[in-house]
Design a protein around this ligand. Sequence first.
Ligand SMILES: [Zn+2]
Length: 243
Amino acid sequence: MSFAVSFTLRERRICALVCLFALVFGASERCFASGSIVGNIVKKVPNGEMKIALTFDDGPHCKYTAEILDILKEYNVKATFFVIGSNASKYPELIERELCEGHEVENHTYSHVYLKKLSDDEIKNQLAESESVVTGIADYTTRLIRPPGGIYDDRLLSIASELGYGIVLWSVDTRDWEHKPPAKIIECVLRDVCPGDIILMHDFIGRNSPTPEALRVIIPRLKEMGYSFVTVSELMKLGEPCE
Ligand SMILES: [Zn+2]
């Protein structure tokens, strides 16, 4: 299937100007040294290398995670998976595959509850249980949290800091979980992308995910535009992470 999302050279120049404008005038954002990620919020990492990070939340899913991994492998792209501990425990082979193929696996809590509603101890348990599932599957330690719904407060920041975690959100939201047509997801990414963006997608969606189909178009198109892909941790080494 082909999509009617076409970006001319002129449109790409406009996009680059928009990115530059956002970089110069986006003064409200707070940036900090990548070494101080613990207890901070990261939404993007502006850099001069046209590097971006694809992220996938809520998995693993028996069908869609495998499909997405196949596509990433085909294009030699590394991504970051923010996994739910209870799903990881059902599909340990997919966590192993993610790590084996060079992707990053990070913490999206054990049961995808909104952390703001929980006590401090319950928050710590959510993070620890998810962490322990991943560590039990592979000798690997998660260091980043993506709170469900992107909801955080000072209390979560303080707990994250105490536990040595950084918090990662996103700068481009595809809202693929709404089961939008693939063309809408493609348009959203190609229209909004800037160097250093962290793009939010999902590898677990309840029924008929549009994400793999969209990804098959998004990756080659972004490559044509000069972008390359790194994990979130790698991205954070390339510039100053920003809220
Ligand atoms: Zn989620």
